[in-house]
Write a protein that binds this ligand. Structure first.
Ligand SMILES: NC(=O)C1=CN([C@@H]2O[C@H](COP(=O)(O)OP(=O)(O)OC[C@H]3O[C@@H](n4cnc5c(N)ncnc54)[C@H](O)[C@@H]3O)[C@@H](O)[C@H]2O)C=CC1
Ligand SMILES: O=P(O)(O)OC[C@H]1O[C@](O)(CO)[C@@H](O)[C@@H]1O
Length: 393
């Protein structure tokens, strides 16, 4: 029997990156999603293209051998597929992991005895996303307690860092996905070592993921979101447009200089190597061939302003170290000012929290920062400023 992968989330990263790599490595891909129109389109379209664009030109990959299942309305079909799959991956967004866990748990529970354990890899922009998913799967609501002791015989979990810019797609593009040429997919290998590491071409298997994910999240995502939030507040359309503004570029460079201090001091990464990495990232996010709207890159501000994320995560640590966080605070302020109410539920929720709470409560609710932390008073000042301006509007 051929190799089978179940991938949750047939969106941009799902179709454009993860499924493309699985397909190129010989897997049949079963997409699990909840969007009916997308599921129908996948099942009615025998192939789609992944189109890489950059200054070096354009390359195309054709993806075949896939189908899609609605994980809400066709749960039992999906449980069958998961019980026989080699691998489950997902790119649904960190807040959705709890919703996909029950069906994965049921599929795992049904795996025939003696089958190689299911390899589970979450591909989200979050530290420890697979661990988070595993916790939901192993929650007593989803897996009976008497099945936990030998759960490792049925499933193994590895965290990953995934990096590729996939902008929102042209509505007329069908299933085709246009994305940047660059990619990085780093996965922990230790959880799989005794049961076999999946043969997925392009994955960099490592023992210790922490430096990779922190470097990625606190450089690519911090820089990208900094450009997007400043760009949004200065009415720029795309991240490329934002970076043409030298004040915004200075903010991005400033923020990445600050996170560089953390990355270099915390991990075994040389300053020169991090400087070169930053330069490469600034070029990537400024790719003129990607029509990447500031609204997409700034999406979900509550998630992006949360404790372990791209702004508060590094800024809180740097503040404790006594390092400057001026530019990170500027970006945080712009994130608090992101008000894309029509398209972004989280920005509405953020505005509600801002209007119903004092600045101290906002900082504790949104950023989970405690009053005894060094960054706390600086965050309170930021929130006060944004609240004062919105009262004037
Ligand atoms: N787009 C990008 O450049 C990158 C995105 N990521 C991460 O990948 C994840 C997905 O991002 P995108 O692909 O851009 O988003 P997207 O919005 O294009 O795709 C998400 C997909 O998940 C589906 N979905 C939502 N709820 C679901 C559920 N309960 N069960 C199954 N499917 C469900 C949606 O219908 C959609 O098709 C996020 O965590 C993001 O941070 C990571 C690196 C790059
Ligand atoms: O949902 P998030 O965290 O914004 O994830 C998407 C981000 O990940 C990146 O692709 C970087 O890998 C950015 O392009 C993009 O903004």
């Amino acid at each position: 029997m051929g190799m089978k992968a179940v991938h949750f989330g047939a969106g941009n990263i799902g179709r454009g990156f993860v499924a493309c790599f699985l397909h190129n490595s010989g897997y049949e891909v079963i997409f699990a999603d909840v969007a009916d129109a997308l599921i129908d389109k996948i099942n009615a379209t025998p192939s789609y293209k992944v189109i890489e664009v950059g200054t070096e030109g354009t390359t195309e990959n054709t993806i075949t051998n896939y189908r899609a299942i609605n994980s809400k309305t066709h749960e039992s079909d999906l449980i069958d597929e998961i019980s026989q799959a080699d691998i489950v991956t997902c790119s649904v967004g960190p807040n959705i992991l709890k919703f996909i866990a029950p069906v994965i748990a049921k599929g795992i529970d049904r795996r025939p005895e003696g089958t190689t354990p299911l390899h589970v890899i979450a591909c989200e922009n979050a530290i420890g996303a697979t661990d988070t998913l595993a916790e939901f799967i192993k929650d007593p609501k989803n897996t009976a307690e008497d099945r936990l002791e030998d759960h490792h015989l049925r499933a193994r979990y590895a965290n990953s860092a995934i990096d590729r810019i996939v902008p929102a797609q042209d509505p007329d593009a069908g299933l085709d996905v246009t994305l940047e040429k660059f990619f990085e997919w780093v996965v922990e290998k230790t959880p799989f070592e005794d049961v076999g590491i999946p043969a997925i071409k392009g994955i960099n298997w490592v023992d210790n993921l922490a430096p990779y994910i922190e470097r990625k999240l606190f450089t690519v995502n911090t820089g990208h979101a900094t450009a997007a939030y400043h760009g949004y507040n200065r009415r720029k359309r795309t991240v490329y447009d934002a970076l043409q503004d030298k004040d915004i570029m200075a903010e991005v460079r400033g923020a990445l200089n600050e996170t560089k201090n953390l990355i270099v001091s915390k991990h075994e990464i040389e300053e020169d190597a991090q400087t070169a990495y930053v330069d490469k990232i600034v070029k990537r996010i400024g790719n003129p061939h990607l029509e990447d709207a500031v609204e997409r890159v700034g999406r979900a501000p509550l998630r992006k302003l949360s404790r372990k994320e791209r702004f508060i995560g590094p800024a809180a640590e740097l503040a404790e170290m006594g390092e400057s966080i001026k530019y990170l605070l500027d970006a945080i302020e712009m994130a608090f000012r992101f008000q894309n109410y029509d398209e972004d539920e989280e920005s509405k929720e953020l505005a509600k929290i801002m209007s119903e709470n004092g600045p101290e409560d906002v900082v504790s609710k949104v950023c989970s920062v405690q009053s005894n932390e060094k960054i706390y008073p600086q965050l309170v000042e930021v929130v006060k400023r944004v609240q004062a301006d919105s009262r004037e509007d």
